[in-house]
Design a protein around this ligand. Structure first.
Ligand code: DAH
Length: 350
């Protein structure tokens, strides 16, 4: 057996392996070449007849041959075990799809969703949408809304002062505040637009209070204002009932309770019948059957006058509701801070 014969045998065995396409053929290959009585074992036996000088080289090449054939044999075995190969150019419809990570589409924040629905309802009722600044002067946040100079809401307890008052007798040294409600936007609107006025004013408001499940230092309100000739409390009630039915459900009722706000006279707190229990009494309405949703009233004549609108000619109504509070009621959220913590486990539920 010459070295050349070893090389030729190697090529022949590898070539044979290459053409094998079935498991029985592979089994036959094993029996005739890889067993103790097979071709390769016989070649090792033949080493004895190789001239002494060529023996080491021949032994080495035989080992290479055996190793290569065994490797290719194992490869072939696993290819055949994996099943038939797909013919080139065809598509295997049974192959599992590759899972490509698809980015989750974003969606509206529950507060934005609530606000957009409110806006849509009021727009259908003929209201325009107006905005005002979050940093206000004392005049718009308090004075022109008929807050007396010593009203407790001006107190440091409730109001964030951006610039404290230096001298209360000079207008340009009056304080600047983070608006404590959206009502100053009413004033700004009446200063620049004469009646008829019919607008809602959504926005952020701030109060210097301890944050808790029920109150946050920054929250959202939606203000409403209608001023025209002959506007009455009945108009207010009609608009609020229509809003409540569209927003909470077509069979909710509303009720007005006497209340007090410096900028309205008379003033009323508005409740809706509990949309969970239908007014029978449950945990959400604390067994009262009613849920408070907003403050409202007829615009105080002093407020109209302060904005250059003649209260003898015009009347108006106004209302203000918490957007966060309303969203909490609607979705059964018990902690206002959930809106601002950006926890995806919370946000993804909307
Ligand atoms: N500004 C009031 C608040 O923050 C809410 C409010 C009550 C607004 C009555 C109004 C209103 O326009 O008429 O509590």
């Amino acid at each position: 057996m010459t070295l050349n014969e070893i090389f030729l045998a190697r090529e022949r065995l590898l070539g044979e392996l290459d053409t094998i396409a079935t498991a029985p053929e592979l089994e036959a290959f094993k029996l005739s070449h890889l067993t103790r009585k097979g071709t390769i074992a016989a070649m090792f036996d033949d080493l004895r007849a190789v001239p002494k000088e060529e023996k080491p080289q021949a032994g080495k090449e035989l080992n290479v041959l055996r190793q290569l054939v065994e490797e290719r044999f194992k490869e072939k075995e696993s290819v055949l075990a994996a099943g038939p190969a797909t013919p080139r150019g065809s598509i295997d419809l049974t192959m599992p799809a590759r899972t490509v990570p698809v980015p989750e589409p974003g969606h509206e924040h529950p507060l934005a969703k609530t606000l957009n629905e409110m806006i849509a309802i009021f727009e259908r009722l003929g209201f325009a949408v107006e905005y005002g600044p979050e940093i206000e002067d004392d005049e718009h946040n308090f004075s022109k809304l008929n807050f007396p100079p010593d009203h407790p809401a001006r107190d440091m307890q409730d109001t964030f002062f951006v610039k404290p008052s230096v001298d209360w007798t000079h207008a340009d040294s009056l304080p600047l505040v983070l608006r404590t409600h959206t009502s100053p936007v009413q004033i700004r609107l009446m200063e620049r637009q004469k009646p008829p006025i019919r607008a809602i004013m959504p926005g952020r408001a701030f109060r210097n209070e301890a944050s808790s499940a029920r109150s946050a230092v920054a929250f959202f309100q939606l203000e409403g204002l209608v001023v025209d000739r002959g506007v009455s409390m009945a108009d207010l009630k009609g608009v609020l009932l229509s809003f409540a039915r569209q927003f909470f459900g077509s069979d909710v009722k509303i009720r007005l309770r006497p209340s007090f706000f410096p900028f309205t006279e008379p003033s009323a707190e508005v409740d809706i019948s509990c949309y969970i229990c239908g007014g029978k009494g449950c945990r959400v309405c604390k067994n009262s059957g009613w849920l408070e949703i907003l403050g409202s009233g007829m615009v105080h004549p002093n407020v109209l006058s302060a904005c250059g609108i003649d209260p003898e000619v015009y009347t108006g109504y106004a209302f203000g509701m918490g957007i966060d509070r309303t969203a909490m009621m609607r979705y059964g959220i018990s902690d206002i801070r959930d809106f601002f913590e950006n926890d995806l486990r919370f946000l993804e539920q909307f």
